[in-house]
Design a protein around this ligand. Sequence first.
Ligand code: SF4
Length: 312
Amino acid sequence: MVWGDKPYHSLDYELKRQFGQKIYKVSLDGGMSCPNRDGTVGTGGCTFCSQGGSGEFAVGRTGYPDVWEQIEQAKTRVHRKISGEGKYIAYFQSYTNTYAPVDYLRTLFERAITHPDIVALSVGTRPDCLGDEVVALLKELNRQKPVWVELGLQTIHEKTAERIHRGYRLEVFEDAYRRLKEAGLTVVVHVILGLPGETKEEMLETVDYLGKIPVDGIKLQLLHILKGSQMAAEYEKNPFSLMELEEYLDLILTCVARLPQSVVIHRLSGDGAKALLIGPAWSANKKLVLNRMMQKFRENGIFQGCQRAPRG
Ligand code: SF4
């Protein structure tokens, strides 16, 4: 297989290709909020979003306000699992990491990018928080070390976007995406599979749309209902159906088969904190899910870009 041991163009493979060694992501907290929480765009946030702003794995700023301290702290977690020195991507994950004045962002990102063990910067944000000045800053930093921008699109369908209170329309994503690419940045798009009210065909339409662009990278995530989210309250009041394991695996195989081989697949499962998980319960056993997924890829002879559907 062209991508090592995986039937798809995995992030792990791509990082080894680009940097010649295994690279780890360290999740950092830039101390920003989100306009979809503070009332600028909305209050309460996207309905699936946990209180931690989708950044439960980040090293908190409390105790480590300096970003180098956060990096060192995050490195010690990774060091427990690896032998020798690692290289890392500084991943600003919690909340909206371009929701601050450009001077603040410059100080924060420059500090992160100049750490000797950091090989790239990854910035998770919303497309409506990418003004021209911010894009220009990211373009400038990209000359020092690679910069990725991670956009939480989740779906191309406006009815779902409204239901989950995403707070921006697809045109906003399209405009931000175009400007980021013109600036030469790498763009990774997050998609959630299993959002309430969406059919499988609609989920595949989102994946096909991104494959057609084609985006540089994609994160496919199973919808997790997390404690403290608005969706948890909605689910408790009016339970809707959550994806079953086999249903999710078939959908993932179809998505991967339809994505062009150039698209780097960053994730094929969920990333929710186990302690917050309400459902689907099966997703807590990540190892089992990934093993079963790889087994299904093999059984069905599916690989990225093969355009085949899994057998019944
Ligand atoms: S998912 Fe992102 S954009 Fe939505 S509320 Fe959470 S931090 Fe804000």
